[in-house]
Write a protein that binds this ligand. Structure first.
Ligand SMILES: *[C@@H]1O[C@H](CO)[C@@H](O)[C@H](O)[C@H]1NC(C)=O
Length: 271
């Protein structure tokens, strides 16, 4: 290698090091972050403090934060000032934060493609200081009949975010057509009551439906952190998980009481 090439290679290496780009852990946390970010005293991001602290405390753990300002991005071009004030702070926490915009799809029939794509466009036209880098398509129909429709949605995200986009589909159950795994980064294959879930029995994991692309969301869990389940899921390489002891009705509008321990266990079980 010439001296010049050596110098530039060294420079690139140190640049990478300084900018803190390191491999993230394979099993992350997915957060249905539907809580409004401002508290009653007007504190910016105040209601998200537990989540934001966990992001700082677990710098190698990926956090897929699904924000949902108004059952989607809302009718306006930009969200309320409570969001625009908070989101840049969230993005600055580290490269382990993935900001994902919530879009309702109505199982392929409840919402028109025009409305779905308009929501995608709204998020992806937000100013770069708080723009999401991925989309969470809720109420996904995962049958063959709707594959081309969801492929159109996903392709729009890939076009609008040329690199490092994250697409999560949420049928809440396993897909009927495993082609959905070829278009999404993650599929929420379980969104359920803790007691109705067993691991690994409740999941289909094989070459076309890899664990690394599956996300598991459980509510009504016991009040004691289910550490053994978390350890088993990270050992199997499940892509992302969320477990809350809160009841279904408020599961995504409250912070799980043991969130800090949950995130710490995800990290510890992979370290
Ligand atoms: C994975 O499981 C699904 C659902 O049972 C099945 O349709 C698919 O063919 C399986 N893929 C492989 C590679 O076994």
């Amino acid at each position: 290698m010439s001296f010049e090439k050596f110098v530039s290679a060294t420079f690139l290496l140190s640049f990478t090091f300084i900018s803190g780009t390191q491999a993230l852990l394979p099993s992350g946390a997915i957060v249905p972050l539907y809580i409004y970010p401002t508290d009653s005293t007007g504190g910016v991001c105040a209601t998200w403090t537990t989540y934001l602290n966990s992001i700082t405390d677990n710098p190698d753990l990926p956090f897929y934060l699904v924000i949902n300002p108004d059952s989607g991005p809302g009718a306006d071009a930009t969200p309320s000032s409570d969001y625009t004030a908070c989101l840049p702070t969230v993005l600055a926490l580290g490269s382990n934060v993935k900001l994902i915009g919530y879009v309702l799809t109505g199982y392929g029939v409840g919402r028109s493609s025009t409305d779905v794509l308009a929501d995608v466009a709204t998020y992806l036209n937000w100013p770069v200081s708080y723009r999401p880098t991925g989309i969470f398509f809720d109420e996904t129909a995962a049958t063959s009949e709707f594959l081309s429709q969801y492929t159109t949605y996903v392709n729009q995200v890939r076009t609008d975010i040329p690199s490092d986009s994250t697409v999560i589909l949420n049928p809440g159950v396993n897909v009927a057509d495993d082609s959905y795994f070829s278009i999404a980064d993650f599929i929420v294959t379980v969104e359920d009551f803790y007691d109705d879930f067993s691991f690994p029995g409740s999941l289909v994991v094989n070459a076309t439906e890899p664990a690394s692309q599956q996300a598991v969301i459980l509510h009504d869990a016991p009040s004691t952190l289910p550490a053994a389940l978390i350890d088993a899921m990270t050992a199997a390489g499940i892509g992302a998980s969320f477990i809350t002891s809160e009841p279904q009705a408020v599961a995504y509008n409250t912070t799980p009481p043991y969130w800090a321990s949950f995130a710490a266990e995800l990290t510890a079980s992979q370290s």
